[in-house]
Design a protein around this ligand. Structure first.
Ligand code: CMC
Length: 422
């Protein structure tokens, strides 16, 4: 196809802006030469209309509710793969064969132990520290314990760095939890696969051995797959931005953890449960909270609702809602929060405010109810999200450094005082 252009006319001059098309049909205006040719920049606060990069990792159709990793719909990945295979897919662009899968699995096992000196850090955080703050700090501290990994010194295979980050993050997350409840830490076991190993580190205790439940392992695999990547969201953009300055990979990931912790991003999964609990404590009056979410004089928002990209039902939320219902039945758990969540959803989806603004449940709306049923405490929910998102962040970092991206450095429109005004 011959190159297409859009014309920009200003001050009697014309500038041709090349059109760029993605493989799934999105069209963009390439403005990379705009400033050189016109002296002008563009302004797009919060990047509502800006594609910040080319990427081959994840595709979202926000109008149709489609999400694919490397061209494979998430529904298929949940059905046919384990989390570590999906992680490999994100990192390498194709699903692993048996040999590659075994090799990656072995790397995860070999890298599961945390440097023993780092374990002592857990004793120094104040009791009650949020685990996401602990995880971000620990991740940043990694660069002082492990050999530097940055775009210039990436000598080892990406699989080794990825395995080290994913596997030790999992160990640290469980350590942070054990420390928060005052129980001795449980070390990773070489005989257990990724998800079962995590559950064992979380729930085994010297006085109460943990029995691994295959249903819990299955649902954890599925939740991790569904959270594994989501193209240029806030935390991935943070990772790409920080990484573009050639910061080492560990600190770069730590920036992603910080961004994810916010309640408008990954922190929403904890905020949803807190909101549902509040509604239950308040007598279960769902309508009152829907009205509050619509009230422009109130800062209250319906947590777990709305999305920058999805203008329809989030495909992850659709799967998680079904899994939530099935899993609670399997575990014979009757959680009143699920009833409230379903009433909230039904009320919102029939309300003009939500209809007009295309606000639907997002990935965080039902996931917390599953985590609760698994026995994972609320302040660990966002850590679970981060654990899942690691392969996505690393894949984006790898893609970014491989494409020789320049340092990220947007422009601004200055609207402050001029020297004359001083
Ligand atoms: N409750 C009530 N009103 C909402 C909500 C909500 N959850 N979300 C958006 N709106 C309204 C908003 O007030 C605005 O109304 P108006 O046009 O009258 O000013 C309109 O919908 C558009 O909202 P926005 O804030 O301009 O949209 P955005 O794309 O900047 O924000 C969002 C997206 C996800 C931050 C937002 O929908 C939100 O705050 N949701 C609640 C938090 C949440 O669930 N976050 C998790 C997102 S998905 C997982 C992830 O990214 O980690």
């Amino acid at each position: 196809m011959s190159q297409e252009y859009a014309k920009l006319v200003y001050n009697g001059k014309e500038v041709e802006l090349p059109l760029v098309r993605g493989t799934m049909g999105e069209v963009a205006l390439d403005i990379s030469h705009l400033r050189k040719e016109t002296g002008m920049v563009t302004i797009d606060p919060s990047f509502m209309n800006t594609a910040s990069c080319y990427s081959k990792i994840t595709f979202i159709d926000g109008e149709k509710g489609i999400l694919c990793y490397r061209g494979i719909p998430i529904e298929k990945l949940v059905e046919n793969t384990r989390f570590i295979e999906t992680a490999y897919l994100l990192l390498h662009g194709k699903l692993p064969n048996v040999e590659q899968s075994d090799k990656f699995s072995n790397l995860l096992t070999e890298n599961s132990l945390l440097h023993e000196d780092m374990r002592h850090f857990f004793d120094r955080f104040p009791r009650g520290s949020h685990p996401m703050s602990i995880m971000g700090t620990m991740q940043n501290a990694f660069s002082t314990f492990y050999s530097n990994v940055d775009s210039l010194s990436l000598k080892e295979a990406i699989d080794i760095s990825a395995a080290r980050i994913m596997s030790t993050f999992r160990t640290m997350a469980a350590f942070a939890y054990k420390r928060s409840i005052g129980e001795p830490v449980v070390y990773p076991r070489h005989d257990l696969p990724f998800c079962a190993n995590f559950l064992n580190m979380m729930f085994d205790s010297p006085v109460r051995p943990y029995e691994i439940n295959p249903n819990v392992v299955k649902i954890l695999n599925s939740l991790l797959i569904l959270h594994a990547d989501h193209e240029q969201n806030c935390s991935t953009t943070a990772v790409r931005t920080v990484g573009s300055a050639q910061v080492n990979l560990y600190s770069t990931i730590s920036a992603g953890i910080a961004a994810l912790s916010g309640p408008l991003h990954g922190g929403a999964n904890q905020a949803v449960i807190e909101m549902l609990q509040r509604i239950v404590r308040d007598g279960g009056n769902v309508k009152k909270y829907i009205d509050r979410a619509k009230d422009k004089n109130s800062s209250f928002r319906l947590m777990g609702f709305g999305h920058r990209v999805y203008k329809t039902y989030d495909p992850r939320a659709r799967l998680i809602k079904k899994q939530c219902d099935d899993f609670l039945k399997q575990m014979s758990i009757n959680d009143p929060l699920l009833d409230v969540a379903m009433q909230l959803e039904e009320t919102a989806l029939n309300d003009n405010y939500f209809i007009e603004r295309n606000l639907y449940p997002n990935v965080d709306f039902y996931s917390g109810i599953i985590y609760r049923a698994m026995g994972i405490p609320e302040n660990m929910f966002t850590v679970m999200f981060a654990l899942a998102r690691l392969p996505g962040w690393i894949a984006h970092w790898k893609e970014m450094i491989g494409s020789k991206t320049k340092i990220t450095r947007p422009r601004q429109i200055y609207i402050g005082k001029t020297p004359k005004q001083n």
